[in-house]
Design a protein around this ligand. Structure first.
Ligand code: PLP
Length: 454
């Protein structure tokens, strides 16, 4: 067994981390995570840490679920791999396709499997263009995404997303992808004279304006996360998605819901589109489908789209070696079974989600908190310099990173997105664990307040 220092040295000698500036990492050394159980992880120094991010928004059923481990081991012994290219299929992949058709909204009876959320969104770009071409409308190429949306790191996924720093590296977006503003009330200066619901309608109207600018007969689809996750848990006003749906219907544009974070119970329904009130034509998923125990993703395809692809599309020149990987499918089946047996979606909706919302509301009395938002078991707190005026901290202070540092030091993983501190804990979390989380959050906010006051 190596020491922490030895792990850190080997890490900085060989491991290029995603989304990481390596010079500061090498100076500090990575935190080495060695084991986990329920909602806790342990580092190589023996520190117990409450994982309020479910790994990376994915460990929905919590750590240490032996049913998933046993499903993987049994499938590996039976048949570790076979592909779906040679007019072949494996029982777990077929059974998972069937089960996904049951737990997703009724318009979905077909699935295309990928290995990740990014690949799912890449697949969407090719699939919607192929759909329109099959209908004799190949000029419908343009896909509209949103600024500050996140749809993955592949060339098309990062292009659909609206992260300017990602676009700056690699010359993105790729052709035929354009963006509208996000429905984030604070970022738009809390427009005076507009209620949040009125703002939701205005923000949805930006889609219509973009469609008219591009030309309705050139637009293939609109894509969005029901609640933007990596953008900072931006919960849209409740008027937003129904109005987006109305606009897509009006112009006959396909609606794509990126459910990579919101899917599998996170928002208190199986899928975020059900919480937000839209009826997507395509839905991408990953993360929570296996609770992150093994990689798996995919695209749910509605009957309307599937009919055209199957009857008029011919061969779709697209797919991955691991599309429908039998071990990943077996783990997903065990995971979905667990979510159903333990009633986790209902617990989020009726019990622990509302309790978390209540506790987050109570944080409004803290001097640093300008706003809070929750949706099911995801939440965000906005740190502000002056809560009466809403004035932000100077960006060079990186107040979010200061707070995140205190979290790390006090046994809590929270993520900082600019000045927003965000959480998405495992869905198995209990009320007592919410209390434990809130005590840690308050301690970290108090320590941050001392730092920013000095
Ligand atoms: N879409 C959303 C909404 C995500 O949050 C993510 C990852 O965080 C992705 C897509 C990309 O998924 P993956 O990292 O599995 O490629």
């Amino acid at each position: 067994q190596r020491t922490t220092r030895e792990w850190q040295q080997a890490d900085s000698a060989h491991f290029l981390h995603p989304f990481t500036d390596h010079a500061p990492l090498a100076a500090k050394g990575a935190r080495i995570i060695e084991r986990a159980d329920n909602i806790y992880i342990w580092d190589s120094e023996g520190h117990k840490i409450l994982d309020a991010m479910s790994g990376l928004w994915c460990v929905n059923v919590g750590y240490g679920q032996t049913a998933l481990v046993e499903a993987a081991a049994a499938q590996m012994k039976q048949l570790p791999f076979y592909n779906a290219f040679f007019q072949t299929a494996t029982p777990p992949a077929i059974e998972l396709a069937e089960r996904l058709a049951q737990v997703t909204p009724p318009q979905f009876q077909h699935v295309f499997f990928t290995c990740s959320g990014s690949e799912g969104n890449d697949t969407v770009v090719r699939m919607v263009r192929h759909y329109w071409a099959s209908l004799g409308q190949p000029e419908r190429q343009v896909i509209i995404g949103r600024n500050n949306g996140y749809h993955g790191s592949t060339m098309a996924g990062a292009s659909l997303g609206g992260m300017s720093a990602m676009h700056a590296q690699g010359g993105l977006p790729i052709p035929g992808i354009t963006h509208i503003e996000q429905p984030y009330w604070w970022a738009h200066g809390r427009p005076k004279g507009l209620s949040k619901d009125e703002f939701g309608l205005v923000a949805a109207g930006w889609l219509e304006a973009k469609i008219l600018e591009v030309g309705p007969d050139k637009v293939a689809a609109f894509i969005g996360e029901p609640v933007q996750g990596a953008g900072g848990v931006i919960v849209p006003p409740k008027t937003y998605w129904p109005e987006i749906q109305r606009i897509c219907d009006k112009y006959g544009i396909l609606l794509v819901s990126d459910e990579v974070i919101c899917g599998f119970g996170r928002t208190g329904q199986w899928f975020g589109c059900e919480t937000m009130g839209s009826r997507p034509d395509l839905m991408t998923f990953a993360k929570g489908v296996t609770s992150g125990y093994v990689p798996l993703g995919g695209v749910m395809v509605s009957d309307k789209v599937a009919k055209v692809l199957i009857e008029q599309g011919g061969e779709f020149e697209h797919g991955f070696t691991y599309s429908g990987h039998p071990v990943a499918a077996a783990v997903a089946l065990a995971n979905i079974g667990l979510i159903q047996e333990q009633g986790l979606v209902e617990r989020v909706r009726e019990d622990v989600g509302p309790y978390l919302a209540e506790q987050f509301e109570s944080l409004r009395d803290h001097p640093l908190i300008g706003d809070v938002d929750t949706c099911g078991l995801m939440g965000a707190m906005l740190l502000v310099k002056d809560k009466t005026t809403g004035e932000a901290f100077p960006s060079e202070l990186s107040v979010g990173m200061v707070c995140r540092g205190h979290c790390f030091g006090n046994g809590l993983i929270m993520r900082a997105v600019g000045d927003r501190m965000i959480i998405a804990p495992p869905l198995v979390m209990t009320r007592a664990q919410v209390d434990e989380l809130m005590a840690l959050i308050r301690r970290c906010l108090d320590l941050t307040l001392v730092d920013v006051a000095n």
